[in-house]
Design a binder for this molecule. Structure first.
Ligand code: ADP
Ligand code: MG
Length: 696
C-alpha cells in the first residue's frame, strides 16, 4: 500500500464526511489503516434466500419480497410504537416488526423490493404465520450501488459503540474498504507468500471485511486463509523487530568477564546447600555469556522457590571479581530488603561490600556507590534515580522482571556502559510463546526445585467452613509451624465490603489469643517492616497477617500455612506467587483459599486451577487460556506492540513460520534495503517502541 494512503483520514473518503468520521473516531478509527485493520468479530451467513413458504422457525434466514403494507401501530397499554411491515414473495407473507422506531415508516414504501434478514418466529396473530423482530434490512432501489452489504451475502458484524448502529458502521466500512482497496500494494516478498500458501494482501483485506465466499466457522474463528494472511504479517512484523534488536545487541561491544572464579568457589564452600543440577547448568550458561565480549541479555525463568537468587549472586560475584560493580533491582522494598539481608550475610564472609538502596532509606550510600567502594548494590527502582551513579557497573540483574516496565529496565542498563543483563522471572509462560515476549533474549530455565520440596496441598473453602481452617492453623502452630494470612487490602472502606488486614489482625488475635500475631503491609516504615520480618523469621511471630507485599521473595521455610482471604479477588499469577511463600522447607505445606460471595465463572475456574495444579507452567497455561494473550501479557507493560488480528494461542504454527522468515530476512538484508515497503510496515508496527528496546 502506498504509505500516505495508510495515514489518509477516513473523513475524506466519499460517503463518510466529518459527522460520520467523528463516530468512527469513537471506535479508534481515524485513518484508512485503522479502518482496514478494524476487523469484524463475527460473520453471518445471509446468502441463501429461501421462499417465504418454506421458511424454518427459530433460524436466521434471509428473504426477498415486495412491501405489501407498512403501518405504525400503537399499543394502548404500554404506549409502545410498533412499526409493522408485511412483505410477499408470491409464495407467502412475512411480517416484520420494529419497536419504538417510528421513523421506519419513512424507510419502507409499499411496492418497494426489500431484503430482510433475521430469526424467523411464529407470528402470534395467525398460528402459522412468519415473523421477524428487528431484522436487518436492505431496500433494493435500482439506481443504488449500496445494496448487497447487509443481506444476501456473508455479512460482517463489527463491534460497535453507543450511537453507531451495526448497520451504519457496516455501510461506512464498506465505503472505506472499497475506496482503499485499489491502492493497496503488497509488501510481502512473493516467495514467502507462496511458501505458506497465503493470499495476496488485497484479496485478504477484501475478504476479511466483505467475504465473497468461505465458511462462517473459519471466518469467525480467524482461521480463514484471509485472516491467516493478516495474522502472519503481524507476527512477521513483530518478529522482524525482535530480529533487528537481537542483531543490534550482537554487534554492540560489551565487557568480557574472565576471572578465575575464586569468589564463586568460596561462595559454594559456605552455602548451606548443594546446587541443583538445573542451577549448575544455568550458571554455566550465564558464565559462558559473560566471557563473551558482546553484552549478555539473558532471561532466567524458574518457578517460585527454584532458587534463582543464588544463581544471580554467582553471576554478580563473577562481575565483582573481574573488577566491576553489580546491581540487582527488585520490584518491592520488602523483596529488596530480603535480598539484601540474604546476600550481605553471605558475602560479608567474602570481604565484599553490599548496600541497600530503596526509596525510603534515608542515609543513602551514594558516594560509596559512585566511588566503587560498594561491590553489590541491592535496590528497588530507586536505583534508577538520576542522582545514583555507579563507578563501573558491569552486571545488572532485574528480579521479577514482569513487574517492571521496559523503560525501567532500560534506565538501569544505561547506568553502566553496555553492562551484561540478567532478567529473572517466576511467571512462567507457555514455552512456545516465550519466543514472542522474550524473542530478543537468550533464555535459560531452572526446571528443577531443590530436593525434598513437597507440593503444597491447596484447598478451597467457603466462609461457613472457616472453623475448619482455624482448627487446622491451631494444630499446625502447636507443632511449631508458622502461618501467613493474606488480605487484599490494608484498610477497608465503607464502599467496598472487603475484609482487610487491619481488621484481620484483630480478628486473628481474638481467635488465637495464645499465639503471637504480626502485621505487615506496604505503608509501614521500612524499619518496622524489617523488625516484623525478622521476628517472623526467628519464629517469634506465629501468624503473620499481611497484604500482598509478601507476594514476591519472602522466604521463611518454617512457615507452612498460607491462608488467602478473598481468594476470588486475586489473579492466578498472584495466587501462585503467594502460594510460593510456603512449601520452602521439608515440612508438608498448605494453601487455603477462602472465597466469599457468589463466584463468577472466571473466578471459579481460577480457583480450581490452583487446587488442581502446583506446577507454575500449568498454572500459567491455564491463566493464558482463561484470560487470553492480551491480558495475560499485559502488552502495555511489557512494551510489546498490540496484536490486532493474530492470536498467540491460536496461531502458534504461524508464529514459528513468521519467526523463521523474519530472522532469515534480517540476517540476509539487515537494513531491509531490498524490501523498503516491508520495512516501512515494520516501522509502523513498532512505532516508537523499537527505539525503547534499542536503547534498552
Ligand atoms: P526464587 O527462585 O523463587 O527466587 P529463591 O532464590 O528465593 O527462589 O530460593 C528459595 C529458597 O530455596 C531459598 O531459601 C534458598 O536459600 C533455597 N535454595 C536455593 N537453592 C537451593 C538448593 N539447591 N538446595 C536447597 N535450598 C535451596
Ligand atoms: Mg526470587
Amino acid at each position: 500500500m502506498k504509505r500516505d494512503l495508510n495515514e489518509y483520514p477516513v473523513q475524506y473518503v466519499k460517503g463518510i464526511g466529518p459527522r460520520k468520521a467523528k463516530l468512527l473516531a469513537r471506535l479508534g478509527i481515524k485513518t484508512i489503516y485503522d479502518a482496514l485493520y478494524y476487523l469484524p468479530y463475527r460473520y453471518e451467513d445471509r446468502r441463501a434466500t429461501p421462499e417465504i413458504r418454506s421458511l424454518k422457525y427459530e433460524t436466521l434466514q434471509t428473504v426477498t419480497g415486495k412491501v405489501v403494507s407498512a403501518d405504525l401501530k400503537e399499543t394502548t397499554r404500554k404506549k409502545m410504537k410498533i412499526f409493522e411491515l408485511v412483505i410477499s414473495d408470491g409464495t407467502g407473507l412475512l411480517t416484520a416488526k420494529w419497536f419504538n422506531q417510528p421513523y421506519m415508516k419513512k424507510v419502507f414504501k409499499p411496492g418497494k423490493k426489500v431484503i430482510l434478514s433475521g430469526i424467523v418466529k411464529r407470528g402470534f396473530n395467525w398460528g402459522a404465520g412468519f415473523e421477524m423482530q428487528n431484522p436487518e434490512y436492505e431496500i433494493i432501489d435500482d439506481d443504488s450501488d449500496t445494496q448487497n452489504i447487509h443481506t444476501s451475502r456473508i455479512v460482517p458484524i463489527y463491534r460497535t459503540t453507543a450511537g453507531v448502529s451495526a448497520r451504519a458502521l457496516r455501510s461506512m466500512m464498506h465505503s472505506i474498504v472499497n475506496f482503499a482497496l485499489p491502492s493497496v500494494e503488497d509488501y510481502m516478498p512473493e516467495e514467502i507468500l507462496k511458501q505458506y500458501s497465503l493470499p495476496p494482501l488485497r484479496e485478504a483485506l477484501r475478504n476479511v471485511h466483505f467475504p465473497e465466499d468461505g465458511d462462517i466457522e473459519s471466518l469467525t474463528s480467524g482461521t480463514s486463509p484471509y485472516h491467516q494472511r493478516l495474522s502472519f504479517d503481524e507476527l512477521f512484523f513483530l518478529q522482524s523487530g525482535l530480529a533487528i534488536l537481537k542483531r543490534g545487541q550482537s554487534l554492540a561491544r560489551g565487557i568480557s568477564f574472565n576471572p578465575e572464579g575464586r569468589l564463586i568457589q568460596r561462595l559454594l564452600e559456605i552455602l548451606p546447600f548443594k546446587l541443583t543440577s538445573a542451577q549448575q547448568r544455568v550458571i554455566e550458561e550465564i558464565l559462558e555469556d559473560m566471557r563473551k565480549p558482546t553484552p549478555m541479555n539473558r532471561l532466567i525463568q524458574g518457578d517460585v522457590g527454584s532458587g534463582k537468587t543464588v544463581v544471580a549472586l554467582m553471576a554478580m560475584l563473577q562481575a565483582v571479581e573481574a573488577g566491576y560493580q553489580a546491581a540487582i533491582m527488585a520490584p518491592t522494598e520488602l523483596l529488596a530488603e530480603q535480598h539484601y539481608m540474604n546476600i550481605h550475610t553471605l558475602i560479608d564472609r567474602l570481604n565484599l561490600r553490599c548496600e541497600l538502596l530503596t526509596g525510603s532509606r534515608k542515609d543513602r550510600p551514594l558516594e560509596e556507590i559512585a566511588s566503587g567502594e560498594v561491590d553489590i548494590i541491592v535496590g528497588t527502582h530507586a536505583l534508577i534515580q538520576k542522582e545514583v551513579r555507579f563507578n563501573n557497573l558491569g552486571l545488572v540483574v532485574i528480579d521479577e522482571q514482569h513487574r517492571f516496565g521496559v523503560m525501567q529496565r532500560a534506565s538501569l542498563r544505561k547506568k553502566g556502559f553496555n553492562p551484561d543483563v540478567l532478567v529473572m522471572t517466576a511467571t512462567p509462560i507457555p514455552r512456545t510463546l516465550s519466543l514472542t515476549l522474550y524473542g530478543d533474549l537468550d533464555y535459560s530455565i531452572i526446571d528443577e526445585l531443590p530436593p525434598n520440596r513437597k507440593p503444597v496441598v491447596t484447598k478451597l473453602f467457603r466462609p461457613e467452613q472457616k472453623h475448619l481452617i482455624y482448627n487446622f492453623i491451631k494444630s499446625e502452630i502447636k507443632k511449631g509451624r508458622q502461618a501467613y494470612v493474606v488480605y487484599p487490602v490494608i484498610e477497608g472502606s465503607e464502599k467496598v465490603d472487603l475484609k482487610d488486614a487491619m481488621q484481620g489482625k484483630e480478628k486473628m488475635q481474638h481467635i488465637f489469643p495464645e499465639f503471637t500475631i504480626g502485621l505487615i503491609h506496604g505503608r509501614m516504615k521500612p524499619q518496622e517492616r524489617e523488625e516484623t520480618m525478622n521476628l517472623f523469621k526467628e519464629g517469634k511471630i506465629d501468624i503473620l497477617v499481611s497484604t500482598t507485599v509478601i507476594e514476591v521473595g519472602v522466604d521463611v521455610p518454617n512457615a507452612t500455612l498460607m491462608l488467602i482471604v478473598h481468594a476470588e479477588r486475586f489473579g492466578l499469577a498472584q495466587l501462585h506467587q503467594l502460594r510460593g511463600r510456603v512449601g520452602r522447607g521439608n515440612h508438608q505445606s498448605y494453601c487455603f483459599l477462602l472465597a466469599y460471595g457468589r463466584l463468577s465463572d472466571e473466578a471459579w475456574r481460577r480457583l480450581q486451577v490452583m487446587v488442581r495444579h502446583s506446577d507454575g507452567f500449568k498454572v500459567a497455561e491455564e491463566d493464558f487460556n482463561i484470560r487470553g494473550p492480551g491480558e495475560f501479557f499485559g502488552t502495555r507493560q511489557s512494551g510489546m506492540p498490540d496484536l490486532k488480528t493474530a492470536n498467540l494461542l491460536r496461531d502458534v504454527k504461524l508464529l514459528k513460520f513468521a519467526r523463521n522468515e523474519a530472522f532469515r530476512l534480517i540476517g540476509s538484508d539487515p537494513s531491509m534495503s531490498r524490501t523498503p515497503s516491508l520495512r516501512a510496515m515494520i516501522e509502523r508496527f513498532w512505532k516508537d517502541k523499537i527505539e525503547i528496546f534499542r536503547t534498552g
